[in-house]
Structure formats: C-alpha cells, structure tokens
Design a protein around this ligand. Structure first.
Ligand SMILES: C[S@@+](CC[C@H](N)C(=O)[O-])C[C@H]1O[C@@H](n2cnc3c(N)ncnc32)[C@H](O)[C@@H]1O
Length: 387
C-alpha cells in the first residue's frame, strides 16, 4: 500500500542521511537520484523525515515505523490521508493541542516526557519557559518577510491575489505559512522584500544607527542584518566582511537587488587576520556571531540531532575571540551589537557578562527574543557600548 511505501522511503532516507550536509540539500540530491518520485511522494517522504528528526529525542526508542507515525501525528495539525490510512484512530484527533496528543500517545507507548524535546536543557538561557518551548519544537516556525515601505502595498495585493493568507505582526513584516512559496511568487519585487525571520528583524531595535555613520557588519553572512541596518538608516556607510567567499557572493547579489552600491566588502577570517580597513574606527559594529544555531532548530531539527554538548564551549570560545578582535575598530561610546540565534546561556547572557567583565564594554540593553512564543526563531541580542 502506498502509505507503507512512504514509511519505507522515509526510513531509507533517514538511514542514508549522515548529517554532513543540511537536510534540505540531502533531500534534494536524493530526489534527483530517484526521479520516479513525484511531487506528492517527495512532500510526504520529506515531511516524515522532518517529523522523525523533530521528535528524535522523544520517540527514538520506538521501532522506526512507529516513530514515523507517532511523529506525523504530533507534527500535523489537521487530518491527513496518510494518518487516516495508517492510524485512523489518531487521525480523528489530529486537531487536538500537542499536550493532548502526547497524552493520547502515552496510552499506547507509556510515559513521553515533552521536556525531552528540549535541547540540552541545563544550558538554556534565563527566561526560557521550558513547557511551551519544548512543545514548540514539534512545529516548524512560520515564514517571515520584511517589506520595503515603497512596495509594501503592492506586495500584499499580490499575495492576496494569489490567495496566500498572511498575518502582519508589524507594519512592514508579514508572517506566512512556512510552505508558501512567497519568494517565487514575489520574484517581480526582488529587492523590495527580504525573507527574514521575525526575531532577526527585531534585533534591529538595538541598532539605532544615525545618518552619516559608518557601521561594520563583521560576520555579514548573506547580509540579513546589514540589509536591515540599511533599511533603518539608508545613509549609513556599510563595511561588510565574512570568512566565507561563497556567502559573500550571495551577499553582493542581495545588495545589488536592493540597489545598494556604496559599501565596502572583504573576505576576512577574524580569528587569523585583520580587516584591511585597519585605519577605520566605526560608529557601530554588528557581530552576528557563529553559534550553535539552537534557536533555529525548529526549522532544522536535524542539526539538533547532530549537535554535541561540547560544541557549546567551542562556540563560546570562538565568540569571545571574535568580540576581542573587533573591539579595537569601535569608537569609544559606540555600540557593539552582539547577536546569536542560540538558546544557550553560555553563548548569550554569560558571554555578555564575561566580555563586559574584561572592562572595555558595558551593556546598554540585552534581550532574549523568544521566537517560540510567536512561531519564529529564538534569538539573543545585546547592545554594549565601548567605554
Ligand atoms: C550567524 S551567521 C551570520 C548571518 C548574517 N549576519 C545574516 O544576518 O544573514 C555567522 C557568520 O559568521 C561567519 N564566520 C564564522 N567564523 C568566522 C570568522 N572566524 N571570521 C569571520 N566570519 C566568521 C560565518 O561564515 C557566518 O556567515
């Protein structure tokens, strides 16, 4: 039967996945190599695989096919043909809240403590509410887009015309179902919107740039924070660096699409080299640091399955060195905006405490952006001023 076949395909994919590449790339290659899989086959197998990783810490003691069915039940909020065929008595309860579904599964499998869904709970940042946070791991966060005001009205009209429903948590932020292909639908508006998680957008509240200032985005990646900074204050001179050439190429394309031409950009590994704009001292530095990414594991649950506790220490050490190495380029009295997408205190409030104790920085504001409360990533941001 077709649905048993989906379970076997998902089991095969899980068996072959070795965590070396992100799951979306691995799945794409798997589908390419198995061209007979149609779009429904891909969608169903992919969703089973994601559900498996989402619930691995909770259900991995079960046989894989049981695990796959139970995770499908927990991770889908509506009745589905797959569950109706394979486990109709659960499918009738597809719309129940997660806690009730867990109670129902406990009747079959014994105690299932949702706190096991929490990643490395002894390390969680202060203020994370373990109950709701653990249950949020069962759901993929929503898709968020940031709009440029000039075309915000037209973009919303386009989405409405395509029948895509959206919420609007902020005047220029839209929240959509995570399966919507908004980027493809909005191709004609390239440069007038950015796919950017809501918590990531909220980090901008700590930037406070002023016209004429020079800012350095020291771990610019593909430019999410730099583009946000520029949207907040178009008259900021942007300096951008990252240690990965490939991501900088991507960044250049995004800057071009957004019509930003006046910037300086270079590939720099800030652990082993100095940027060549040595004489500059900046009015602001953004350090969106490499981190565990634990605040985004709702989107990439396979990362959580591959993560080891000792990695937290390694990231913390890297983050401290990066703060130390960018600090000489900051003007006294100016802000270092430190950002992570981590839920671990070692990378967040404890890092801030440690770098401030070193004497050159003082905290002006810091916040844990609890994305799990609004279906987004969880992030941390601190604005520290150089003494
Ligand atoms: C969290 S990501 C940045 C995301 C980006 N700011 C955005 O908003 O799209 C962290 C970045 O730090 C970069 N990175 C890691 N180690 C680095 C190093 N030693 N020197 C410079 N950049 C580094 C990574 O390549 C990665 O792009």
């Amino acid at each position: 039967m077709r649905y048993h076949h989906y379970l076997r395909t998902a089991e095969k994919i899980i068996g072959e996945y070795g965590y070396e590449t992100p799951l979306p790339f691995f799945l794409r290659n798997y589908y390419r190599a198995n061209r007979r899989m149609g779009s429904t086959d891909r969608r169903t197998a992919g969703s089973l695989v994601y559900g498996y990783f989402r619930t691995k810490a909770l259900l991995e003691h079960l046989p894989v096919d049981e695990h796959l069915k139970a995770s499908w039940f927990l991770c889908h909020e509506e009745s589905t043909p797959l569950l109706a065929a394979l486990q109709p008595e659960w499918d009738q309860h597809a719309t129940l809240p997660s806690a009730d579904k867990l109670a129902l599964l406990e009747g079959v499998y014994g105690l299932l403590d949702p706190l096991r869904l929490l990643p490395f709970r002894d390390h969680l940042s202060e203020g994370i509410d373990a109950g709701p946070y653990s249950l949020s791991m069962l759901k993929q966060p929503r898709l968020f887009i940031r709009l440029r005001p000039e075309k915000a009205g037209e973009i919303k009209e386009r989405l409405e015309a395509e029948g895509l429903s959206f919420a609007q948590p902020e005047p220029f932020c839209l929240s959509l179902d995570n399966s919507s292909r908004a980027d493809q639908l909005l191709e004609a508006f390239k440069g007038y919107f950015e796919i950017q998680d809501y918590s990531s957008q909220l980090t901008g509240r700590c930037f406070h740039p002023a016209a004429g200032e020079s800012w350095w985005d020291a771990c610019a990646g593909s430019g999410g924070k730099a583009l946000l900074l520029q949207a907040l204050e178009p008259d900021v001179k942007l300096y951008l660096s990252d240690n990965r050439a490939s991501i900088l190429r991507n960044l250049k394309e995004r800057l071009k699409a957004a019509g930003i031409t006046d910037y300086r950009l270079q590939e720099t590994d800030l652990i082993s080299e100095k940027p060549s704009w040595e004489k500059e001292s900046f009015d602001g530095i953004i350090l969106d640091a490499p981190c565990s990414g634990s605040g985004t594991w709702g989107r990439s649950p396979e990362m959580r399955a591959a993560f080891k506790e000792e990695h937290i220490k390694e990231f913390r050490s890297l983050q401290e060195r990066l703060v130390k190495n960018v600090l000489p380029y900051l003007k006294p009295g100016s802000p270092l905006v430190y950002i992570t997408c981590s839920v671990f205190r070692e990378e967040n409030e404890q890092l801030v405490e440690a770098v401030c104790q070193a004497g050159e920085l003082e905290v002006e504001e810091q916040a844990l952006l609890k994305g799990y409360e609004y279906s987004a990533d969880t992030m941390f941001v601190a604005r520290m001023l150089k003494r």
